[in-house]
Design a protein around this ligand. Structure first.
Ligand SMILES: NC(=O)c1ccc[n+]([C@@H]2O[C@H](COP(=O)([O-])OP(=O)(O)OC[C@H]3O[C@@H](n4cnc5c(N)ncnc54)[C@H](O)[C@@H]3O)[C@@H](O)[C@H]2O)c1
Length: 395
């Protein structure tokens, strides 16, 4: 049986809260033989090792206190079959993914795949050339409340989509606390908007054609941070449907959940409307006050077989597990093949996965919309056209 070696690059919020708990469970199931984490600072990895002793993390940087290139050494030392999980600020994804692809390692990238069409095309081309699996973690595809919309839409029950809207807004702790170092290099539209752009494609299979976007800078700039507070975009899709996206990351700390979010589409034969924050399962406690609780994303539960143990479950895990299982399938099916035959087999499998997974041929769609949105915001809402080959130009 093949087992995977995993390298996580980035030791921040998502690595601590989601990726490592998932990897530990998958290791226990026998799918993973080793876990390494490369972050910028040695003490970040030491903290993770102390929090998750059962992961037996091999940490980078090994000697220096801080090394922004430690991940390069970690990739070089990684033994195949391996998966590199990129969990760093959005603007660093492309270089890290491309380096892993060059070494023929499979890759899971936290959303978005990258911030520019140029980088997405490069990743697509290189991953196909080396027959490497590159999955973007668009976990909302695994939220059954949204997946149901894909089912009914593709079965024709909703008719044809005409328009829709999505809102995704987070508490101000995101730019003020977690992403203070890199929020100026991103925006609510790129960081959050990407989810429901991918969702529109996932449900309808339509392609984006034009983006008009605006952004506001009031609160964060008054606190010395030159980043957008909020962004809005109109995206026109290939059948003429229009989607309005509203994103922000300055909700008050008192908001009863980290993210207010939801998705709606109006179609010729019906409508779909989902509040993806309020799942009607809410807590009120002395410790946390009133909490809108989403049990479906990624939450701890008591293990069915051992009530002393905690197990995490939800679509946040399912997405990563899907990619791990795909990589295992590739590793298993190429285990005893020579180089040439293994390459052919990997090409065949990746060709299959490309049809249904957020591999670069699909992830480029949301990347094209967020780059077009950024271009439009910078020119006060000037329309940006997305061509058939995803090249972008001002109308
Ligand atoms: N799937 C999800 O639910 C979800 C949620 C939040 C964030 N994200 C995405 O995950 C990624 C990481 O987000 P986060 O919330 O963990 O951010 P974060 O800022 O908490 O963590 C980023 C980490 O990357 C590290 N890093 C920065 N430069 C590095 C370098 N040169 N080498 C190695 N490590 C480096 C930082 O030190 C930090 O540990 C982003 O792309 C974000 O959009 C996904």
């Amino acid at each position: 049986m093949a087992e995977l070696n995993i390298l996580v690059i980035g030791g921040g919020m998502i690595t601590q809260q989601v990726i490592l708990p998932v990897l530990i469970d998958e290791k226990e199931k026998g799918k993973i033989s080793s876990i390494a984490v490369a972050s910028r600072r040695k003490d970040t990895v030491e903290k993770l090792s102390a929090l998750f002793p059962q992961a037996k993390i091999k940490g980078y940087p090994e000697k220096k206190d801080s090394d922004p290139d430690a991940w390069k050494i970690a990739i070089k030392e990684l033994e195949r079959p391996a998966v590199v999980i990129v969990a760093t600020p959005d603007d660093l994804h492309a270089e890290m993914a491309l380096t892993a692809i060059e070494q023929c390692h499979h890759v899971i990238v936290q959303k978005p795949l990258c911030l520019t069409v140029k980088d997405a095309k490069n990743i697509l081309e290189q991953s196909r050339k080396n027959a490497v699996y590159v999955f973007t973690d668009y976990h909302k595809r695994h939220d059954l409340a949204l997946r149901a919309a894909q089912y009914k839409y593709r079965k024709g029950e909703l008719g044809e989509v005409l328009c829709g809207h999505a809102w995704h807004e987070q508490r101000r702790e995101i730019p003020l606390k977690y992403f203070r170092n890199w929020c100026e290099r991103s925006s609510p539209f790129e960081y959050l908007g990407t989810h429901y752009i991918d969702m529109f494609y996932f449900i309808t299979s339509l392609l984006p054609k034009k983006v008009i976007a605006k952004g506001q800078k009031k609160l964060l700039i008054s606190l010395g941070i030159n980043a957008y507070d909020s962004c809005q975009a109109f995206v026109t899709w290939s059948n003429g449907a229009v989607q309005y996206l509203q994103t922000s990351w300055i909700l008050p700390e008192a908001n009863p959940c980290l993210s207010n979010q939801g998705f709606q589409i109006t179609c010729t034969e019906g409508e779909f409307r989902a509040d993806n924050a309020n799942r009607n399962s809410n807590f009120s406690t002395t410790k946390n006050g009133y909490e809108l609780f989403n049990p479906y994303f990624f939450k701890p539960y008591l293990d069915w077989n051992n009530l002393e143990k905690t197990k995490y479950s939800g679509y946040g895990a399912d997405s990563i597990i899907q990619a791990i299982d795909d990589c295992l399938e590739i590793a298993q099916q190429t285990l005893h093949l020579d180089r040439k035959k293994a390459l052919e087999k990997r090409k065949e499998l990746i060709n299959k996965f490309e049809k249904t997974r957020p591999l670069p041929n699909q992830a480029i769609i949301a990347t094209s919309v967020i780059e077009a949105g950024k271009m439009s915001m910078m020119k006060e809402g000037k329309a940006v056209v997305i061509d058939k080959d995803f090249s972008l130009y001002y109308e």
